[in-house]
Design a protein around this ligand. Structure first.
Ligand code: PLP
Ligand code: COI
Length: 341
């Protein structure tokens, strides 16, 4: 199969439409079988639940070309399960988890020409999403929904790839106590748009959100969880019920413990202790592991000893091990890698 003529090494994290996407509709209490289409445009009523009351959720995962030329994806079962959790919280019908995984296979297989080659630095980002599609004017859930998956080749989420980024402590919250921070609802991202535009205007790459109740504990950024490395080589990741349970973070915790023999702590992390960590990074499907060099809290700077030039040494080991598993040159734990083609 001939690959598309794309400058794989120089693409950013943007949308490049491909030939095929998956669509299934929910009506009269049931999902139709669904299938592939080349139609990238969606037409719906002006009063659709998604347009009026933001009834939508999404997922993000990636397909990779391995060293031996297979196309695989990483833990799609966890994305299917998390989307089911998002749907339940938003009063949306769950798209069956096995069908979710099968639909991912179908879309990736239909777009093999867009899966970046091994070693190119790019990957195929897979975006499943669902929205309320019929007219809703009183505040209530829609009766009809559409589930879709499109794919797009992507490069690094942060310009500069593995170069450490600078983030600031945000004055805005992205989630409320007992709110929707733990699910992948579009509304959480709408909440973060003003904060990210303002961060960029002020020269920062991202926002660090603190817990909305006490503003003393680290939560996450707009699109990734945090990892910290202590001076004695432990991995520490914040625990909170208002952050998204990142699949990358859960995988890194396993890799740290079982591949790198590190101690792992998943616990509340007070902002006051951040200055004492040796390394800091953001982790997620889009972010992979992006090193953080500096955190600015209203003019007060925390500069990690790993500096602004390179990923810290432990973050690097975690990065190499995780991506080694994803790209197929390290053996994966049982069930982590799904071979698609
Ligand atoms: N946190 C937020 C708010 C996100 O949007 C994402 C991206 O999916 C993550 C964390 C990382 O999650 P995952 O590793 O499952 O991609
Ligand atoms: C992902 O990593 O898949 C996300 O959804 C994060 C988003 C900011 C692109």
């Amino acid at each position: 199969m001939e690959k598309k003529n794309i400058d794989w090494g120089n693409i950013g994290f943007g949308y490049i439409p491909t030939e095929a996407r998956f669509v299934a509709n929910y009506k009269d209490g049931a999902w139709e079988e669904g299938g592939l289409t080349d139609e990238a445009t969606i037409t719906m009523t002006e009063c659709a639940g998604v347009l009026q009351y933001a009834q939508t959720c999404f997922e993000g995962l990636k397909a990779y070309t391995t060293e031996d030329g297979k196309v695989v994806c990483f833990r799609p079962d966890l994305n299917a399960a998390r989307m089911a959790d998002s749907c339940r919280r938003l009063e949306m019908p769950v798209f069956p988890e096995e069908k979710f995984i099968d639909a991912v296979d179908q879309v990736v297989k239909a777009n093999l020409a867009y899966v970046p080659p091994f070693g190119s630095g790019a990957t195929l980002y897979i975006r499943p999403f669902m929205f309320g599609s019929n007219a809703v004017i009183g505040v209530k859930p829609a009766d009809e929904y559409q589930f879709r998956i499109f794919v797009t080749p992507v490069g690094p989420y942060f310009k500069g790839g593995a170069k450490p980024i600078t983030i600031r402590v945000s004055d805005f919250d992205r989630a409320a106590p007992h709110g929707t921070g733990h699910i992948k609802a579009g509304l959480n991202y709408a909440m973060s748009l003003h904060a990210i535009v303002d961060a960029h205007k002020n020269g920062f790459d991202e926002n660090m959100y603190l817990d909305p109740r006490t503003r003393t504990k680290v939560e996450e950024t707009g699109g990734a969880n945090f990892i910290f490395i202590t001076k004695d080589n432990k991995l520490v990741t914040p625990k909170s019920n208002s952050i998204l349970p990142s699949i990358t973070r859960r995988s890194i915790m396993y890799v740290a413990e079982h591949y790198l023999n590190m101690e792992v702590e998943h616990r509340e992390v007070y902002f006051d202790e951040v200055k004492d960590f040796a390394e800091c990074g953001l982790c997620g499907t889009a972010a992979v592991i992006s090193p953080v060099g500096k955190i600015v809290d209203h003019g007060k700077e925390i500069c990690f000893p790993s500096g602004m030039e390179e990923m810290g040494p432990v973050t690097r080991k975690l990065y190499d091990t995780l991506t080694g598993i994803q790209m197929g040159h390290l053996e994966a734990p049982e069930g982590w890698i799904r071979v698609i083609a």
